[in-house]
Design a protein around this ligand. Structure first.
Ligand code: BG6
Length: 477
């Protein structure tokens, strides 16, 4: 079947996050953040979960984000390569602790503001629209130590002050904003995702949902603020998406898969519909959770819903109601059973292009707001041949199938979609594993898991392929 492409104006591009590509973690007055103390190796997961407390760096660990791919010094070269691919849009995140190194200063750090201003100017020079994630997992360490980050309601004020500074400074350069990357990650990796740590005797669910409430109120407040500062701003939420399938057609399995999906939808239900869904209220009741709210919170959430729904999609998930069967789930961030109908990546992420169309339709049916796919891609080992070339046909195959499914969702199902920014358009540090060898990019960066390499950038085969995709608006895959 030959497919038509997507309409003019569709925002093709790529995505990165500060803590995984910038490096320069002590430069330009930047303060320490949770993301800086998450090491590579066996302690990564316990630290990310908040089970192993690490609030400073030590010599016994390697922290891959400290230098990452050093985009801090290479951004001009990198953006030039994005422009060469024809990017219409570049999704990046601002490191909170570059703007407010401790989080509680009276005013922002000019050097940090200037750094991102230069990046935006560089993008705009090539006609690339920046899409900014305000918080991609990071929280200033000082706020973690002094107030417990998102556990504490005071965090809202600091986040609003941070947004106020960047909204005002970039109001004529940035139109698209995301308040929190993968906001549901708070439930899965509380320390890495939100700077949340637990104390002895804490009811973890209680702590996490209270922190979630603070993030949700903060998100609504800055949506209001952003719209006041520039009514043209488009402010979105961001979900780690991927529908959960039922292991069998037994109604119990279907019910279980619905519960799993709701765990994730919960955040977006609040951000998009403006109120806590009844199923969540019942769940709190059943589990004895009490979320402390202030009188004004309800109205804040109700009156300041997001303009669009963005999400990451890598894989679908699979679950069973039978604890015996479910105990065989794979140990990734999102636990899932092995789906016998799907192949998986080298890291066990199950490859399901039709799942993207299913996820898009589910989200669009539920919220009826424009969608934005802000992450998608294949993490794979790339091995340069004897001439240094990387023929990443596996990545092209993955992306091609997902773009086809995405185009079908738009052209066949009528889903409104603003853009597509595949993850790690340039190789960067993996969030879950801290590895460099889990690569997503169209651009290869010479650096290994141990931190060795020249940082030289080179084009993979997927570079020219994606260029063509953008040129033809998805018609030529
Ligand atoms: C998302 C995150 O979870 O998936 C990114 O927003 C992350 O930060 C991406 O890098 C891919 O995951 P990983 O673990 O392969 O880097």
């Amino acid at each position: 079947m030959s497919r038509k492409g997507l309409p003019e104006g569709f925002l093709w591009g790529g995505a990165t996050a500060a803590n995984q590509c910038e490096g320069g973690y002590k430069e330009g007055g930047r303060g320490l953040a949770n993301v800086d103390v998450v090491p590579a190796g066996k302690d990564r997961f316990p630290v990310a979960l908040g089970e192993l407390r690490m609030l400073e760096c030590d010599d016994a660990h390697y922290y891959p984000g400290h230098e990452a791919i050093d985009m801090y010094h290479h951004y001009k070269e990198d953006i030039a390569l994005f422009a060469e691919m024809g990017f219409k849009c570049y999704r990046l995140s601002i490191a909170w602790s570059r703007i407010f190194p401790n989080g509680d200063e009276k005013g922002p750090n000019e050097e940090g503001l200037k750094f991102y201003e230069n990046i935006f100017d560089e993008c705009l020079k090539y006609g690339i629209e920046p899409l900014v994630t305000i918080c991609h997992f990071d929280a200033p360490m000082h706020l973690i130590k002094t107030i417990g980050a998102w556990k504490n309601r005071k965090m809202i004020d600091y986040y609003v002050a941070y947004c106020d500074a960047i909204f005002r400074r970039y109001k004529d350069k940035v139109k698209y904003w995301l308040t929190f990357n993968e906001i549901n990650m708070l439930l899965h990796l509380p320390f890495m995702g939100a700077g949340v740590l637990f104390e002895e005797g804490d009811n973890k669910e209680q702590v996490k949902y209270q922190a979630a409430h603070h993030e949700l109120v903060a998100s609504a407040l800055v949506t209001k603020l952003g719209h006041e500062i520039n009514p043209d701003f488009k402010i979105g939420c961001m979900l780690a998406a991927g529908n959960t399938y039922a292991n069998t057609c037994a109604p119990e399995d279907v019910w279980e898969s619905m519960q799993k999906d709701r765990e994730n939808y919960f955040f977006i239900d609040v951000q998009s519909r403006g109120e806590y869904p009844n199923y969540a209220k019942k769940m709190f009741e059943k589990n004895g959770l009490t979320i402390k709210m202030q009188d004004e919170d309800e109205a804040i959430l109700k009156n300041n819903t997001v303009d669009f729904i963005s999400f990451s999609y890598y894989a679908s998930r699979l679950t069973s109601a039978d604890p015996e069967v479910n105990s065989k789930t794979e140990g990734n961030v999102f636990a899932t059973l092995k789906n016998p109908y799907l192949k998986a990546s080298e890291w066990g992420w199950q490859i399901d292009p039709l799942g993207l169309r299913i996820t898009m339709n589910s989200l669009y049916d539920r919220y009826q707001k424009p969608l934005f796919i802000v992450e998608n891609g294949l993490g794979a080992v790339d091995i340069p041949d004897e001439n240094g070339n990387i023929n990443d046909v596996y990545r092209i195959e993955y992306l091609k199938a997902h773009i086809e499914a995405m185009i079908d969702a738009v052209n066949e199902d009528g889903v409104e979609l603003l853009g597509y920014t595949p993850w790690g358009c340039i190789d960067l540090v993996s969030a879950s594993t801290g590895e460099m060898k889990k690569r997503y990019g169209f651009i290869y960066v010479d650096k290994d898991n141990e931190g060795n390499g020249t940082l030289k950038r080179s084009k993979k085969a997927s570079f020219d392929w994606y260029k063509k995709v953008i040129e033809t608006n998805g018609e030529c895959l």
